[in-house]
Design a protein around this ligand. Structure first.
Ligand code: ADP
Ligand code: XUL
Length: 534
């Protein structure tokens, strides 16, 4: 699809996600006029990633090459140009990135960013700009030691949650920085700025260092989520001189400035195209799905997440509280699951002929409740609950070594959604008659998976036309950022956008099947975690 060649404004959203760089353009009425993506493994094979990442030999350290992200940006802009996308209509641009990942800019990098020659692609110009070439990302779980010392420094896990919205988590940026500070002191010394993936991406467009926004900043274990400032105690516990290297924080809807002249000269963006603060992918999804208080979002991407809009947060040692990306007075609660799409793909490949159609057939081969068979599929160390391995139980709660393929497929999907409902209810979420489940992410294009989601939650499931709500949310946020200065709220700005549409209703009678299963699953989860702890 090519943007129309009239003078109507266009707003751009970009998403630096785990496996792809995606872009969406919307017109003034917020209708999608262009979409594109670059897939890291397929389009940038020279970086040797699998699903966008490198898993290191210890199986705990997970990184992505920062220059791969830069080259992906060159590639997608060139693709847009060659398809005739008219950049001159882009009034504002915003973006998002996988949360928690960090980028380490080498001393002198900002000078280079400010003086980019439009004759060359970015990945040539920025080749020597990074003190750490492989950025730690959200899948990393190598920082348990750093987590425990961060919690101790502020009085324990609950105290850290009371300040930052979360107890210490291995993937959160504070512990990742602490590890680099300890293990790579020279590189840390050489670093003049540390960005999140989101603010790194914003910096590329801005041509100078972009501030970290409040919402993505909440995923670092370093920010006071009430005062929206760095917590000096947390900074001190992670590394020296950290406040200076992180720079200022900014509201998520702030206009950071105009686009760098590099993009004006090379691609024809207007010189007054505004860059609106970039944020994390889950906060951006909240914006893209038009999530309201009372809804629950279920994102089925590389990671699975559930999130809610909340007004008065009470952080606990389970789940996370982030600042809300579209309302500075509000918050969002989130739980993240590492074993999301990649585990579904693994089971699809093991149990079917590697096709989603076959996977759906297998899913539908057994009735709701799967004859009492339940399973836990943690191919990698899970976050909630902290456990690993595959654990299968028959209807008598006896552990069994395997299930037939179609039972395995249903056990995976039912298990993933039973866990999400149990954890959401533990966070205080109540399913009411008016509850809407908003589904997004790659697997939300699969209606049979969404039917199980509706059945397990006993609530209707809605989706938006675009599976990538994070990217769409940023196109909306770009327009909102431009109008926010005149006092417009996000909900005013997105009134014209398409409402989510109903995809699945709970089948009659499933409530009676899942109620006892929820209880059993919860008890078995405790058993599985207990085995792991011993
Ligand atoms: P991310 O934004 O984290 O990079 P996406 O939200 O784009 O990821 O989701 C990518 C995942 O979507 C793939 O890994 C794939 O397993 C999953 N996916 C794509 N199509 C389907 C489908 N029809 N059924 C189930 N899963 C799917
Ligand atoms: C959220 C999380 C993941 C990443 C990648 O806490 O770690 O959802 O944002 O999508």
């Amino acid at each position: 699809m090519i943007a129309e060649c009239d003078s109507s404004p266009v707003y751009l959203g970009v998403d630096f996600s785990t496996q792809q760089l995606k872009v969406i353009a919307v017109d003034d009425a917020l209708q999608v006029v262009y979409q594109d993506c670059v897939t890291f493994d397929k389009d940038l094979p020279e970086y040797g990633t699998k699903c966008g990442v490198h898993i290191h030999d210890d199986n705990l350290t997970v990184t992505s090459p920062v220059l791969m992200w830069v080259k992906a940006l060159d590639m997608i802009l060139e693709k847009m140009k060659s398809k005739g996308f008219d950049f001159s209509h882009v009034k504002a641009l915003s973006g998002t990135g996988q949360q928690h990942g960090s980028v380490y800019w080498q001393k002198g990098a900002e000078h280079l960013l400010k003086n980019l020659s439009s004759d060359f692609p970015l990945h040539h110009l920025l080749k020597y700009c990074f003190a750490i070439k492989d950025s730690p990302i959200w899948m990393d779980s190598s920082t348990s030691v750093e987590c425990r010392s961060l919690e101790e420094a502020v009085g324990g896990p609950q105290s850290l949650a009371d300040i930052t919205g979360s107890r210490a988590y291995e993937r959160f940026t504070g512990s990742q920085i602490a590890k680099i500070y300890k293990k790579c002191p020279d590189e840390y010394q050489q670093t003049e700025r540390i960005s999140l993936v989101s603010s790194f991406a914003a910096s590329l467009f801005l041509g100078s260092y972009a501030a970290i926004d409040y919402s993505d900043g909440s995923g670092m274990n370093l920010m006071n989520i009430y005062e929206k400032t760095w917590s000096q105690a947390c900074l001190n516990a992670c590394a020296t001189d950290l406040g200076r290297k992180l720079g200022e924080l900014t509201p998520s809807s702030a206009v950071l400035g105009c686009i760098s002249s590099y993009y004006v000269q090379r691609y024809g963006f207007p010189s007054d195209c505004r860059i609106v603060a970039f944020t994390g992918d889950n906060p951006a999804s909240l914006a893209g799905m038009r999530l309201k208080e009372g809804d629950i979002a279920v994102s089925l991407g590389t990671s699975d997440t559930i999130f809610l809009w909340i007004q008065d947060p009470t952080p606990t040692v389970e789940g996370h509280i982030f600042c809300n990306p579209v309302d500075s007075q509000a918050y969002m609660a989130l739980i993240c699951y590492k074993n999301g799409s990649l585990t579904r793909e693994r089971i699809r490949n093991d149990c079917t002929s590697a096709s989603w159609e076959e996977f759906s057939k297998a899913l539908k081969a057994n009735d709701a409740g799967n004859l009492g068979n339940l399973g836990f599929y943690f191919d990698v160390m899970e976050i909630t609950p902290p456990a690993v391995g595959v654990h299968r139980f028959n209807g008598q709660n006896v552990k069994v070594p395997e299930f037939p393929p179609d039972v395995e497929v249903r056990a995976l999907i039912e298990g993933q959604f039973l866990a999400k409902r149990i954890h959401a209810e533990k966070l205080g979420y109540k399913i009411l008659p008016e509850t809407r489940i908003l589904a997004t992410g790659g697997a939300s294009s699969n209606k049979d998976i969404l039917q199980v989601l509706a059945d397990v939650f006993g609530a209707p499931v809605y989706t938006i036309d675009i599976a990538n709500s994070a990217c769409l949310g940023c196109a909306y946020r770009a327009k909102h950022g431009l109008l926010a200065v005149t006092g417009s709220s996000f909900s005013d700005v997105i009134k014209q956008a398409k409402e989510p549409k109903l995809i699945a209703r709970p089948a009659p009678g499933v409530e009676q099947i899942y109620r006892p299963l929820l209880k059993r699953y919860e008890q078995l989860e405790e058993k599985v975690v207990g085995e792991f702890v011993q």
